[in-house]
Each structure stands twice: as C-alpha cells, then as structure tokens.
Design a protein around this ligand. Sequence first.
Ligand code: SAM
Length: 262
Amino acid sequence: MLIKKIFHRIKQKGLRDTLLYVWNIGIADVLDYYKYSFQKKYKYPIGGYISAKDTIKKAKSSGLTVCEYVENLWNIKGQTDEIISELRIIGALKPCEEVCEIGPGTGRYLERILLEVKPKRYHIYEVAWDWAKYLEKKYSPAVIRHNADGHTLRYTPDNSCGLVVAFGVFVYLPVLNSFEYFMEMCRVVTKNGYIVFDCFLDESWNETVIQKWIKSGHTYPVLLPINLVVDFFKRRGCKLIHRFSKKYGCDFSDYLVFRKEE
Ligand SMILES: C[S@@+](CC[C@H](N)C(=O)[O-])C[C@H]1O[C@@H](n2cnc3c(N)ncnc32)[C@H](O)[C@@H]1O
C-alpha cells in the first residue's frame, strides 16, 4: 500500500518532493508501518483463526498435544485446566446429556468438558470449518458439527443443553452479534443449566488497560457493559452466580457463569 502511495506521489509531485516526503515521515515510521501490516495480516489474523492443518502438524512435530502447543504459543501454560477447575468447583460441570459450544477452535475446552460432563451430544457451532471438521472426526460420535451461520444456534432445540459455553469468542465479536448469541444461549439452556463465557467488561477497563492494548498492537477487544449483560440474562431467567478473571492477550478477560432458574 505504502509503495503504491509513494509511486503515486512520484507521478503527481515528482521525485524530489517524494524523497523529501519519505524523509519527513521517517524511515522508522515506514518500517513500523510494515511491521504492523505484517502482524495484522500473518501473525494475528483478525476475523480468521489459526489454521487447523498447520497447528496440528506443528503440535505433532513438537511432541505436544494441540492444547499444550497453543498454550505455549499464547503464553498461557496450564490455563485451560485452571479454568476447568474453577468451573468444576462451582458445580457447572455436572454430568448432563447435551452440551453446546460456540467457537470451540482447537477444542481445548471441548476435550476436557467431554471427559467431565460426559454428554451424549456435544453441539458445536464453529465458523472455522477446518477446526469444526477436525473436532467432529476426532471426538465422534459425541461431537455434532452444525452449520454455523455466525449468529444463531438454530439446530439446537429450546431447553435442551445442561451446559452452554463460549471461550474467547465474545471478546471480539461485534456487540450485537454477542447479544444475538446470548439470546440463543438462554433459549437452548435447560432449567438449572449453566451458561459460561468470557468477555471484556466495561468495569474492568481503565486508562492503563487501554494503553496496554494499544501498545500491544491488537485492536480487536470489544467491551461489554456488565449491567446490561447481567440484566439481559436476568430477563431471560438466567442469574449470574459466579465470576472470575484470567489472563487474555496482554491483560485479562472476565468469565461469567449464569444458571437458568426453575
Ligand atoms: C479466539 S478463538 C477461541 C477458540 C477457543 N474457544 C479457545 O478458547 O481456544 C475464537 C473462536 O471463535 C470462532 N468464531 C468467531 N466468530 C464466530 C461466530 N460468529 N460464530 C461461531 N464461532 C465463531 C473462531 O473461528 C475461533 O475458533
């Protein structure tokens, strides 16, 4: 893009003016621009997700499980187990027949929830088709891959799942997209069933957090207002029973656990 801009300027204003322009914006700025573009495109693809084929191959060649491999990659060693422990302690991982997960990605939570909760059916709605296919094959017959439209849990009946989860999804979906899913989570969860997800809450952010994220070069975080979220679930019979926070990116995300009341 910048090269194009420079050629365009040479054409319009001549070589001398363009050299002065490049000098003024500074070589460091030019390099920074490329570093940022590179990171955005290849290192931290926004919207897309890490490739299943590459990740599985790299995990195998490092002698690690996919979960261990991504935990090392993201510098969150042991975190999946810590979160599962916290959910077990508060009773959200009781055995039930049906579980539903939005955006399971590599399946690092799915793998553990299957072992703990032992559901007959584990519905997944994942827009990254490569991971969805991999998970369905690897965890057959419990895992059922649904055609994810990115907004609904349309193939899962009302009041059918004892546990509905999403990890690392509502931290970056557009606000209304998250609320669409919240509505669906409340619809498919059974009475006494649990809804668990993490997100960035307005009340946990301040100037320091904003500066940290800007410095990190990641601009994907989306903040949700805690009062609005809790009230939204309450109106649908789901009560906030627990919350905690864990490292996410350069800071923390907040985990919320709701239970649908009788
Ligand atoms: C940051 S990753 C988290 C993956 C996994 N839950 C974890 O914690 O390791 C977000 C996941 O959500 C999926 N995703 C993004 N938008 C989605 C949407 N609208 N509906 C369903 N899944 C979505 C992505 O493909 C990706 O697998």
